[in-house]
Design a protein around this ligand. Structure first.
Ligand code: COI
Length: 353
């Protein structure tokens, strides 16, 4: 694979800088092109610089594009580990199928990511709670305005040193259960990690933020009755001692952190249910005290406690608004594996060769 080296204008954040999420980007990126004639080709690593593009490039008009989120963690022995990348590649190819994007060769992009991480190792932040966020993306690049799947695509991977996704770190988040706007319906694109899902969520997100909330808790589009997800996180609730999470009914993103949490919890002896959970059940649980904890899971969000849910103008505090014991245990278990502090019985750490 070609590696094009050139001095770039990127500045590494000084040690101790509050990184936030997705504000700094590294010097290099991986790119690969697709045309109908040549298939996926021209894989290379090149400087991450602004790209010239035609304003009729189809992704700009019809959002035919998908992405992923992964993280690389510096290990105590100085090696670099990526958490379950094979799961992200598999999901990305499923998203590609939904969005009429051609399947990409996993081995070639994994090789590209390894080479990129080797080159950019110095950008991996060292403090606990930070990581190098990996953003693989595919966009439709054919210059045309017809509403058809593109015949040309660009696959790229950019890297960003990140801290916690929420400005307030591990402080419990406040969510508004949304009963007007919807994120996705069955048969829509909610299961795919496609660009438009995130654009569609912004209106309700802005309203929630203007009211002092962190994010939106989406309900199902059909009945506005069942809890789905948060957009950047899957949701879990601890109700009557059982840990429950919305079943993947077709409109919910199948999170890799979600899947990992279910496995860790079951292996530690917790009862974990994947089922439909109505907002009424959540509210009743908050009122009776049966709902002791709620938390979200995601690559960016990691394990984030939820301390309050507003629904139809009433606020329901969960677990006294504090991070609960199951959430704490899971946070320690998952991040312990990611940062190489705990054994990895599942083989979830992929060490960059
Ligand atoms: C992630 O957790 O990686 C996501 O993609 C969620 C969000 C930041 C878009």
């Amino acid at each position: 694979m070609e590696i094009i080296k050139r001095k770039t204008l990127k500045q590494k954040p000084a040690a101790g800088t509050k990184l936030g999420f997705g504000q700094y980007f590294t010097d290099y990126m991986f790119t690969m092109k697709y045309t109908r004639e040549a298939g996926w080709h021209d894989a290379k690593i090149e400087p991450n610089e602004p790209q010239p593009f035609d304003l009729a490039t189809s992704v700009l008009h019809y959002a035919q594009g998908i992405f992923e989120g992964m993280k690389a963690f510096l290990q105590p022995d100085g090696k670099v580990a990526v958490f379950r990348p094979e799961e992200n590649w598999a999901r990305m190819n499923r998203s590609a199928e939904r969005m009429c994007i051609p399947q990409f060769p996993v081995d070639r992009v994994q090789e590209g990511l390894d080479a990129l991480l080797k080159l950019e190792k110095d950008w991996i932040p060292k403090e606990r709670g930070t990581a190098l966020y990996i953003r693989p993306t595919i966009v439709a690049t054919r210059v045309m305005l017809g509403v058809h799947a593109s015949t040309e695509y660009l696959f790229f991977i950019i890297l960003s040193p990140v801290g916690s996704y929420y400005a307030h770190g591990l402080e419990p988040t406040k969510l508004i259960a949304e009963d007007f706007f919807v994120r996705s319906a069955i048969g829509g694109t909610g299961e795919a990690k496609c660009l438009g899902n995130y654009a569609a969520s912004m209106k309700a997100g802005e309203i929630a933020e203007s009211k002092g909330f962190d994010q939106v808790l989406w309900l199902d589009a059909n009945e506005k009755k069942y809890v789905e997800e948060v957009g950047s996180m899957n949701m879990f609730f601890v109700i009557g001692g059982e840990v429950v999470t919305p079943a993947l009914v077709g409109s919910i993103l199948p999170g890799i952190t979600r899947k990992s949490c279910i496995q860790v919890l079951r292996d530690r002896g917790y009862r974990v249910g994947e089922r439909r959970i109505s907002i009424d059940e959540v509210i009743a649980g908050a009122e009776s005290g049966a709902l002791t904890e709620a938390f979200g899971t995601g690559t960016a969000a990691v394990i984030s406690p939820v301390g309050l849910i507003r629904y139809r103008d009433r606020d329901y505090t969960i677990g006294g608004g504090k991070m609960g014991s199951v959430t704490k245990e899971l946070y320690a278990a998952i991040t312990g594996i990611q940062y190489g502090e705990l054994p990895d019985p599942y083989g979830w750490r992929r060490i960059v060769p």
